[in-house]
Structure formats: C-alpha cells, structure tokens
Design a protein around this ligand. Structure first.
Ligand code: ZN
Length: 108
C-alpha cells in the first residue's frame, strides 16, 4: 500500500506519505493559519509528551516508570483533545478561511 494521507484541511490539496494507517496530518501552511492558542497548545503538549518519554527511558525504577507512563498518557490525551479542536477549526464550514489568514495573505 502506497497510500498518501491528505492534510486534514479539506480545502487543502497537500498529501503526505502515510506511516501509520488512520494517521491524521496537517501541513505546515494550514498549521500556521491556525489560531495561536491551538498552535501553542499543540507544541506544549508534544513537548511534555516527549519529555516524559525521555524520562521513562532513563529511569531504572519500574514503579516510577509506571507512574510516568500515566503522566505521559495524560499528555497524549491532551494532544488528542487539542487535535480535535484543530480538526474542527480547519473543517468548520461556518468559518471558511478565517479572516486573519485572509488579511495576512493580502498583506494587511
Ligand atoms: Zn494543508
């Protein structure tokens, strides 16, 4: 299977090589058009997720690792929750392109 995943923005034509089945992606251009809060939250959650991942790998204490897994999973859930908001932001029909993006594009 050489499927390509489309950007989650239905009005965007970019596609990506698909690593995992059912994976959702957003292209850099659409990501930059998102509201800043969504972008910051996305980055923050991923940063925390990766931080806990590293800690899990470094610890030799299985009990600690277990607790850290819980924390990491909570960040994974946060990433998913925020991703829902991102998806809604790009697919929401009542907010087509977003006024800010439009103004940015015409240079205002
Ligand atoms: Zn896109």
């Amino acid at each position: 299977m050489t499927d390509r995943t489309p950007c989650i923005n239905p009005r965007c034509r970019r596609t990506f090589k698909c690593d995992q089945e059912g994976e959702e992606v957003i292209c850099g251009k659409c990501f930059r058009a998102l509201p800043a809060e969504l972008r910051n939250e996305h980055r923050r959650c991923w940063r925390e997720y990766r931080k806990w991942n590293r800690r899990i790998l470094r610890t030799s204490d299985p009990l600690k690792a277990l607790r850290m897994h819980d924390i990491r999973n909570r960040w994974a859930a946060m990433i998913d929750g925020n991703w829902d908001l991102i998806r809604r932001a790009v697919t929401s029909p009542e907010k087509p392109a977003g006024l800010d993006t439009f103004l940015e594009e015409v240079g205002l």
